[in-house]
Write a protein that binds this ligand. Structure first.
Ligand SMILES: Cc1cc2nc3c(=O)[nH]c(=O)nc-3n(C[C@H](O)[C@H](O)[C@H](O)COP(=O)(O)OP(=O)(O)OC[C@H]3O[C@@H](n4cnc5c(N)ncnc54)[C@H](O)[C@@H]3O)c2cc1C
Length: 536
């Protein structure tokens, strides 16, 4: 018999190495609460209610349907799939299928739908919100063998790729044509386009070039019923409802991506980076708004506060001024004359905004070194405290000074240091809450502080996700972000695509029941909104 989904198992620390070691979660450990966050009493999207037959029968039927497809079911084989980048949450699945053709995926979906087996699509498993976390009685559908770049069209500036291709691989394959794929998560060497589409991934250069949603023209998906859908088009417009935008960021809940056509951009001939140091966080964050407001279009605009600067400098010796209260890293790319002009003008504005130290790269080597500090800030943070918890939320740029001030106050209130290193130009915050998990009290404090930071983002007109998705991590915060009618609409969309609830159940959209439990849903005189919607 399979174990029930809700049982709590905390892996011994020695075994808690992960296939991805995202530093932000380095040793942040959290066990699924005994009540079963995605199990017997699910808190996210409803599931199938459990398979209709025994695990042995499920495996037999799958083997019969796709005889040539690797199907892992031995506990030791399943171990590498027990979590994604959110290593605090772990669950051994029933099995892992690793298909290599669309026909195989179709067959697998058909069997799973018939037997009511949950299917959890998975790319590289680098996600940071538990989106690819297995379900105990479910099948992990690994898409990593879909690694082909099917076509590069330099005239149309597009590439047609399979979902298991990495971002970096697309840019490398299109480089001979002077083209590249712009979204560049820090995980770009490992993460897959399928995972990027499911999470609407961002990166250092998304300020200028947009998120995944702005760089994918069309996708082919298989619905839970195993039917083909083509969403979007290679032309500038697509007729009908914009289902492509709906699919991007849907965290594997609406369909399995089996192909994508992505937009390619001409590779800029030159990029230069300014590092500007400020005497206060406020002056640095005000400068961000000023730069953008005055019409500058940096390719990337990142910020680090003093804790992050010190950690990064000690780690990679990039030459950052360690006394600075905050640093801005501002990159311009394009033709050489244009870039040099922008650098000169931006330096002037930054100085007027209070920068008391400026350094601009004059060679590619120097540019890469200056970026290295920023890119190493997360691993470097691991040296500041035994544990840290990386938050991800977005606010309107104009609210940056207020947000950072209030995060500093929250840090004092909770008596936990917070380092800030983030995509300032996008308003995408990544506060790193430093704590020591060997004191159980501190873990709870870190989690409470994290929730308060997300509440702050919503209060300032922002959102509880930046680029990491909701997964299982932020289900509770979704109740703060959305009202019951909005959540109910999400559930209806899910039902339209996946009436049996087999695709990635328990993720991304909380049940109204959960919001009511958290006290985040307004229940007037006991009258629940949307009483027709199932509650657990
Ligand atoms: C070191 C590190 C740095 C990171 N930096 C960034 C960053 O700068 N910006 C950023 O946005 N993210 C970042 N991330 C998070 C992560 O890399 C992204 O969310 C990425 O898009 C996940 O891709 P993946 O292939 O690993 O997907 P997985 O983790 O395997 O899955 C993520 C979600 O996608 C779904 N999914 C996967 N494949 C498919 C498919 N074919 N069809 C349907 N659904 C699918 C899964 O069900 C899951 O819900 C970082 C992660 C790490 C570990």
């Amino acid at each position: 018999m399979p174990q029930g989904i809700g049982t709590v198992v905390k892996a011994p620390l020695s075994r808690q190495s992960s296939l991805v070691t995202h530093p932000s979660l380095g040793s942040f450990r959290r066990v699924l609460a005994a009540r079963g966050e995605q199990g017997d009493r699910p808190y996210g999207t409803p599931g199938t209610g459990g398979p209709s037959c025994s695990p042995r029968e499920i495996l037999r039927r799958l083997r019969g349907a796709v005889p040539g497809c690797p199907l892992l079911s031995h506990p030791e084989e399943l171990r590498p799939y027990e979590c994604d980048g959110l290593t605090a949450y772990r669950q051994i699945p029933l099995a892992v299928a690793i298909p290599e053709s669309v026909a195989q995926v179709q067959e697998i979906l058909r069997v799973c739908r018939t037997l009511r087996v949950p299917v959890i699509p998975r790319g590289a498993g680098t996600g940071l919100s538990g989106g690819a976390l297995p379900n105990r009685s479910g099948l992990v559908l690994s898409m990593t063998r879909f690694r082909k770049i099917l076509a590069v069209d330099p005239l149309n500036r597009t590439a047609r790729v399979e979902p298991g291709v990495t971002n970096r691989a697309i840019s490398e394959a299109t480089s001979p044509f002077g083209l590249f794929y712009a979204p560049d998560p820090s995980s770009e060497v490992a993460c897959t386009i399928g995972g990027n589409i499911a999470e609407n991934a961002g990166g250092l250069h998304c300020l200028k070039y947009g998120l995944t949603v702005h760089n994918v023209l069309s996708v082919k998906i298989l619905t839970a019923e195993g039917e083909w859908l083509v969403l979007g088009s290679e032309a500038y417009d697509a007729a009908g409802f914009d289902l492509l935008a709906l699919l991007i960021g849907s965290e594997g809940l609406l369909g399995v991506v089996v192909e994508a056509t992505v937009r390619l951009l001409p590779r800029p001939p030159l990029a230069r980076l300014i590092v500007a140091a400020f005497p206060s966080v406020e002056s640095a964050s005000t400068a961000v708004g000023k730069l953008i407001g005055e019409g500058f279009a940096p390719a990337g605009l990142e910020m680090m506060d003093n804790l992050a600067i010190r950690a990064a400098e000690a780690f990679v010796h990039a030459g950052y001024p360690v006394e600075a209260a905050a640093l801005l890293l501002c990159e311009f790319d394009g033709g050489p004359e244009e870039v040099d002009d922008q650098i000169e003008l931006a330096e002037k504005r930054l100085r007027e905004s209070g920068a008391d130290f400026l350094r601009s790269s004059s060679s590619e080597e120097e540019r890469l070194l200056l970026w290295k500090g920023r890119k190493s800030a997360f691993p470097a943070a691991g040296r500041m405290a035994p544990d840290y918890y990386c938050m991800d939320g977005t606010i309107p740029r104009r609210s940056l000074p207020e947000a950072l001030l209030r995060i500093a106050r929250l840090s004092e209130e909770f008596r936990l240091p917070v380092a800030n290193v983030f995509h300032a130009g996008d308003g995408n915050l990544h506060p790193l809450i430093l704590y020591d998990a060997s004191h159980p009290h501190e873990l709870q404090q870190a989690e409470r502080l994290g929730r308060r930071i997300l509440e702050l983002c919503v209060e300032l007109g922002g959102v509880i996700t930046g680029e990491h998705g909701v997964g299982v991590e932020k289900l509770g915060s979704m109740c703060i972000q959305f009202r019951a009618p909005e959540l109910a609409q999400f559930h209806r969309i899910k039902e339209a695509f996946d009436p049996d609830g087999i695709l990635n159940p328990g993720k991304a959209v909380p049940l109204l029941h959960r919001c009511a439990e958290l006290g985040a849903m307004h229940v007037h005189q006991g009258a629940l909104p949307f009483p027709e919607i199932e509650r657990y």
